[in-house]
Design a protein. Structure first.
Length: 768
C-alpha cells in the first residue's frame, strides 16, 4: 500500500508540475538547510561579526573584495580577495540590463585550517598592491604583499618572525611588531628545570604551556621592526629594544613619510593625580586608572595603563602624544587604530583622555592632535555606562579616519547600543576650531569613489550579493552562493517584545522549514548577537549556534538582539528578556511550552546558567559553549585584576563577600538545575574553565554531557570542528525536544550516552 501511495503521489507531482511550469516540483526537491550547507556558504563578514570588507585603491582604479567560505571536503577555510577594475564595474552598471557582469582581474585565494587566513589587509599608498597578515600552518602570522600588477604574492617577513601587527606605505616603508623570539626558548628552559617559580604566571602558563592562550600571555612583549628606504632594522631607543605589550600596542599608524609611527605603550609610572583626573563612567567599574609604578621588564600586564605615543623610527625617540591615558583603561570603550592626515600634520585618536589643564576630572573623546600647534581638540566625547544602564545616545566607536586624508574632516563609525546597527557621523572643523556634524551615514558596508558605489546587498534573511551602483541604479556583480537556490531556507522575521520591566527587545525569529500555521513547534533561544543587516545562517557566531540548521530540522529559533548593562542586574535582565520572549511566543500559539531549549556561547553562558538556576521557564534542554559562567573556579583560574565578577555577583568571594557568592553564583546553585545540559569546550585550557559546572552536576547525578573539541579557536572557523559543534547542537535539541535521532552509525555512541542521561532525567522527575 505504501508503494502504491508513493506512486500516486509521484504522478500527482508530475501532473502538477506540467500544469504550473514545474514550479511546484522545483519546490518539492529543494534540500533542507544543514550545518554542512552553512559551512560552505561564502560570506563577506568575519566569523566574529565583522563587517564586509570592500576597499577602493587610493587612486580609485581598482576595488578589492574579501570573502571567506569553509570547504568541508578538505577541512580547510578558504579566503579570497577579488580584484576588479573600477572602470569595468562602472561600464557594467551603465550598460543595458542584459549585459554580463565583468570578471575580476585577479582572484587571490589562500587556505588554512583556521580563519580568517587573510587578516588586516590594506592597499599600498601607490595602489600597486595589497599587504596583509596571513595565518600560517602553526597559527602564527607573516606579512605578505599581493602585487596587483604582476598577480604575485611576496612574503615580506622571515619564517622565524611571528608577526603581530603592521602598517605600510609602500614596498620601501613599513613597520611591524614580532613576538619576543627569546620567550619560547625561555619557556622550554623553564619546563626542563626541576622547579618552576609560578609567581606572576597564569594557570594556563603553568598547566598548558603549549596552548595558544598560554603562548600569548607568556609572549606579552613584542618588538618593533621597520623598513625605511628599503633598509630593514630593529627600532631601538638608546640602543635598547622597544617592547610593546601584545594585548595592546597592536594598532600601528605609520606616518605618510614613513619616518615615524603612532601606537600605544605602557606608562611606566602612573601619576597619583590620574586616578581623580580620569575617572571611570561609574564609581563601581573594575576598569579604572590606578597609580602604579610598572616594571617594564616584567611579563605581567596586570594593572597596566597605556597612552598614545609617537616613535621616531630612526632614533627610537618616544614622546607622548597627549600626555593622558587611553579611554579603554578607564572603562570607556572605543576601538580602531590611530590615523594620520595626508600632510602628516595631524593625528586622529579613536579614544583617549586629554590632559586636564584646569585639574578637573574629564571624560575621554575621539581627538585630533595638531602637531604644528601641539594642541588637541575633541571631535566627539565618549559616553559610557550608568548605574542602571548606559547614557542616552551611547554607542561603541569602532573606527575613525580622516576623510580623504583631510585633517579638517573626520569620520567616526560606531555601533548603536539598542540594535547594534553600524552607523557613521562625519564631522567638519569650523574656522574657530570647533567640530560640527556634517552628515550621518548607515555605516561602512560599502565603498565609494566619485562615480561608483560597491557594496554587499544582504540581510539576515537574504543571502549576500556583491552589487555595484551609481545614480541610475544598481546591478549584481557576483552571486557567491548559487547553490542556495536549491536549498530551502525557510522564513525569518524581525521579532519584537517587552520584558516585565518595559524594556524593549528584538531578535531574529527563524521559522521551521515548511512551517504550518496553527501548529505549535519546539523553540531554541540563541542568547546574543542578532544583526539584522547581515546574512549569518548560524546567528552571527559559529560556535554551537546553528539557527537555520535547527529551523531546517523543524524547530523555531529566536536569535536575541540587544544587550543588558553589566553589573548585578545583568543576569536577571537577560533572564527576564528570554522568558518574556518565550511567553509571548507561547501566547501567540507558535511554541510548545514543554519543548523549549537555549544555547549560550562565550559570556552568554552565564546568562544560560542564570536561567537554569533562577528562571521560572521550564526548559527541556540547554547548551553552554566555551564561556564565562561566573563560578568560583573560573574566578580563581583567570586571576584577572579587572575581574567583572566582583560587580556582577556583588562582591569578591572572600570574607563576607563569599555569602553573596553562595546566593548569586550559578556554581553554588547547581542543585536547582533540572534541565539536561551539554557543556561544549573548545580546547583543553577551556576545559579547566568549564569544569566546575560539569563536575557539580555529575556529583548531583543530573543529566550533563561534556564535549571537548581539540581546537584553540573561540569562534570556530575550522570546518571539521564547526560540524562537531554546530551539528552537535542540532542533534542535541532534536533528541531532547523532538525525540529524534540521526540514523548515521557514526553517531550511535552519542545516543547511547544521551539515553542514559534521559534515565537520569526521568529519575529526577520521579523524585520531584
Amino acid at each position: 500500500m505504501k508503494m502504491i501511495a508513493a506512486l500516486i503521489h509521484g504522478v500527482a507531482l508530475i501532473v502538477l508540475g506540467a500544469n504550473t511550469g514545474g514550479t511546484a516540483l522545483a519546490q518539492e526537491v529543494k534540500r533542507p538547510f544543514t550545518v554542512a550547507e552553512e559551512i560552505g556558504v561564502t560570506l563577506f563578514g568575519t566569523p566574529n561579526g565583522g563587517e564586509p570588507e570592500i576597499r577602493f585603491s587610493p587612486n580609485g582604479k581598482y576595488v578589492a573584495v574579501w570573502s571567506e567560505r569553509g570547504r568541508l571536503e578538505v577541512d580547510q577555510v578558504e579566503d579570497s580577495l577579488r580584484f576588479y577594475h573600477s572602470r569595468d564595474l562602472e561600464d557594467f552598471v551603465t550598460r543595458s540590463a542584459s549585459s554580463r557582469p565583468p570578471s575580476p582581474m585577479w582572484i587571490m585565494t589562500r587556505s588554512g585550517k583556521e580563519g580568517p587566513v587573510v587578516n588586516d589587509w590594506r592597499w599600498l599608498a601607490d595602489s600597486t598592491g595589497v599587504a596583509y597578515l596571513e595565518r600560517t600552518s602553526d597559527s602564527h602570522q607573516q606579512l605578505v604583499l599581493a602585487d596587483v600588477r604582476k598577480k604575485e604574492i611576496t612574503v615580506l617577513t622571515s619564517t622565524s618572525e611571528r608577526v603581530k601587527a603592521f602598517d605600510i606605505r609602500d614596498r620601501q616603508h613599513y613597520v611591524y611588531t614580532v613576538v619576543d623570539p627569546s620567550s619560547r626558548q625561555r619557556m622550554r628552559d623553564e619546563r626542563q628545570a626541576p622547579v618552576i617559580v609560578g609567581t606572576g604566571l597564569s594557570s594556563y602558563q603553568l598547566l598548558f604551556p603549549d596552548a595558544p592562550v598560554a603562548r600569548e600571555i607568556s609572549s606579552s612583549r613584542d618588538y618593533l621592526r621597520a623598513v625605511v628606504e628599503g633598509k630593514r632594522f630593529e627600532v631601538k631607543e638608546h640602543g635598547a629594544s622597544i617592547g610593546f605589550e601584545s594585548l595592546f600596542g597592536e594598532d600601528l599608524a605609520l606616518s605618510p613619510d614613513g619616518q615615524s609611527l603612532v601606537t600605544m605603550m605602557t606608562v611606566p609610572v602612573v601619576p597619583p593625580s590620574w586616578e581623580n583626573l580620569y575617572p571611570p563612567p561609574v564609581p563601581s567599574s573594575p576598569y579604572r586608572i590606578r597609580s602604579i609604578r610598572r616594571n617594564l621588564q616584567s611579563d605581567s600586564y596586570e594593572g597596566s595603563v597605556h597612552e598614545y605615543v609617537r616613535v621616531d623610527l630612526e632614533t627610537g625617540l618616544i614622546e607622548s602624544v597627549v600626555g593622558a591615558p587611553v579611554a579603554n583603561d578607564g572603562g570607556w570603550w572605543a576601538s580602531g587604530r590611530p590615523s594620520w592626515s595626508i600632510d602628516g600634520q595631524a593625528i586622529l585618536l579613536p579614544g583617549t583622555f586629554l590632559r586636564s589643564e584646569d585639574l578637573t576630572p574629564s571624560r575621554p573623546c575621539v581627538a585630533v592632535v595638531d602637531l604644528r600647534s601641539k594642541t588637541s581638540t575633541c571631535v566627539e566625547r565618549l559616553k559610557g555606562q550608568t548605574v542602571s544602564g548606559v547614557e542616552e545616545g551611547y554607542h561603541l566607536v569602532t573606527d575613525v579616519r580622516f576623510v580623504d586624508g583631510d585633517k579638517r574632516r573626520v569620520m567616526v563609525n560606531f555601533r548603536r547600543h539598542d540594535d547594534w546597527a553600524l552607523m557613521g557621523t562625519e564631522y567638519r572643523r569650523t574656522p574657530d576650531s570647533r567640530w560640527q556634524v556634517a552628515q550621518s551615514t548607515n555605516g561602512t558596508t560599502k565603498s565609494d569613489n566619485d562615480h561608483l558605489q560597491v557594496s554587499i546587498k544582504q540581510a539576515f534573511d537574504k543571502p549576500p550579493l556583491l552589487v555595484v551602483a551609481n545614480k541610475q541604479g544598481w546591478k549584481v556583480v557576483w552571486d557567491p552562493n548559487p547553490q542556495l537556490g536549491n536549498v530551502e531556507l525557510g522564513q525569518a522575521v524581525v521579532y519584537h517584545w517587552k520584558d516585565k520591566n518595559g524594556r524593549q527587545w528584538r531578535g531574529g525569529l527563524y521559522k521551521p522549514t515548511n512551517y504550518e500555521a496553527g501548529r505549535r513547534y519546539p523553540l531554541v533561544i540563541q542568547t546574543h548577537g542578532f544583526d539584522q543587516s547581515q546574512f549569518k545562517p548560524s546567528g552571527v557566531f559559529t560556535t554551537a549556534f546553528a539557527a537555520r540548521a535547527l529551523a531546517g530540522a523543524g524547530i523555531f529559533v529566536l536569535q536575541i538582539g540587544g544587550a543588558c548593562p553589566t553589573g548585578s542586574e545583568e543576569g536577571p535582565c537577560y533572564v527576564g528578556g528570554f522568558e518574556s520572549a518565550a511567553n509571548q511566543l507561547i501566547a501567540e500559539g507558535l511554541i510548545n511550552p514543554e519543548k523549549i531549549g537555549i544555547i549560550g556561547f562565550s559570556r552568554a553562558c552565564f546568562h544560560v546558567m542564570e536561567m537554569l538556576t533562577t528562571g521560572s521557564l521550564r526548559l527541556k534542554a540547554a547548551i553552554v559553549a566555551d564561556g564565562i559562567m561566573e563560578t568560583y573556579l573560573q574566578y580563581m583560574v583567570w586571576l584577572d585584576p579587572h575581574n567583572e565578577s566582583d560587580s556582577v555577583i556583588g562582591a569578591p568571594p572572600f570574607g563576607e563577600g563569599l555569602q553573596q557568592w553562595f546566593k548569586s553564583s550559578p556554581g553554588f546553585n547547581l542543585d536547582k538545575v533540572t534541565t539536561p545540559l551539554s557543556v561544549m569546550v573548545n580546547g583543553r585550557p577551556s576545559l579547566l574553565y568549564m569544569w566546575e559546572v560539569y563536575a557539580g552536576l555529575r556529583y548531583l547525578k543530573k543529566p550533563v554531557d561534556l564535549v571537548l573539541l581539540e581546537s584553540g579557536e573561540h569562534v570556530l572557523t575550522n570546518p571539521k570542528f564547526r560540524m562537531i559543534s554546530q551539528g552537535g547542537s542540532v542533534d542535541w535539541f532534536r533528541f531532547w525536544l523532538m525525540g529524534d535521532e540521526d540514523p548515521d552509525p557514526a553517531k550511535a555512541a552519542q545516543y547511547i550516552r544521551w539515553r542514559e542521561l534521559q534515565k537520569l532525567q526521568e529519575n529526577q522527575q520521579t523524585v520531584r
